[in-house]
Design a binder for this molecule. Structure first.
Ligand SMILES: Cc1ncc(COP(=O)(O)O)c(C=O)c1O
Length: 221
């Protein structure tokens, strides 16, 4: 094959828009990891998806990890996780020393099957969380999945790493559960080369996530 087709290779705007910000970061010496651009990015993402708040992190994987930590997932807990996904969805369950129970997908969206989820609750009635994925950007049957989670009083984490901008009944994927996460890895809808974001309506918990992710740094008043 002569012409190589890349998987989602990054595309920069023709106007050099991105380079302006890189230059500005250099000019103002904001090479340190956080600064005004990151704050604005968090504000823009939460405004765009319609969550109360958002926290920028080093990766989508870190965002899933922080969501599970915020839910106090710990050793010997069970977390239900979509089986058809990238391994990064499940790895943070292991980082917390918990046990993943994998839930099969249905044929229509390739995402978590609500029937299989209901069945899993019969076998394991008290999972600490459920992680649903929007694989290849396709919304899952989230109304049904959320109804089951709510009925069982179990928090829902949405791995929306691949689905920034995908909507379900007019609402952004990543905003149905307790926490939603996005990835800005090189092959995602938008990229920062590497990076992630956690979104939620729980401002206190996201402030805590920011604290954990920045070596426990606090604002000096
Ligand atoms: C479904 C899914 N979950 C999680 C991740 C992890 O994101 P990151 O690479 O930013 O850690 C990715 C992609 O990389 C993904 O496709």
């Amino acid at each position: 094959m002569e012409k190589r087709i890349f998987l989602s290779s990054p595309h920069m705007s023709d106007e050099g828009y991105e380079q302006q910000y890189i230059k500005e970061a250099f000019d103002t010496n904001w090479i340190a990891p956080l600064g005004e651009n990151v704050n604005k990015f968090e504000e823009e993402i939460s405004a765009y998806v319609g969550s109360k708040t958002a926290g920028a992190l080093s990766s989508g994987t870190a965002a899933i990890h922080m969501a599970l930590k915020a839910l106090e997932v710990k050793k010997d807990d069970i977390v239900f996780c979509q089986s058809l996904t990238f391994s990064a969805t499940a790895n943070p369950i292991i980082y917390q020393n918990a046990t993943p129970v994998f839930i099969d997908s249905e044929k229509e969206t390739w995402n978590m099957d609500p029937k299989a989820l209901e069945k899993a609750f019969e076998k394991y009635p008290n999972p600490k969380a459920v992680i649903v994925v929007y694989l290849y950007g396709t919304p899952a049957k989230i109304d049904e999945i959320k109804e089951i989670c709510d009925r069982h009083n179990t928090p829902l984490v949405e791995d929306a790493a691949e689905s920034l901008g995908s909507m379900y009944k007019g609402k952004q994927t990543g905003t149905f559960g307790k926490y939603g996460i996005y990835s800005f890895n090189g092959n995602k809808i938008i990229t920062t080369s590497g990076g992630g974001m956690i979104v939620s309506d729980d401002e206190e918990k996201i402030a805590k996530v920011r604290f954990w992710a920045t070596q426990s740094r606090e604002e000096d008043s």
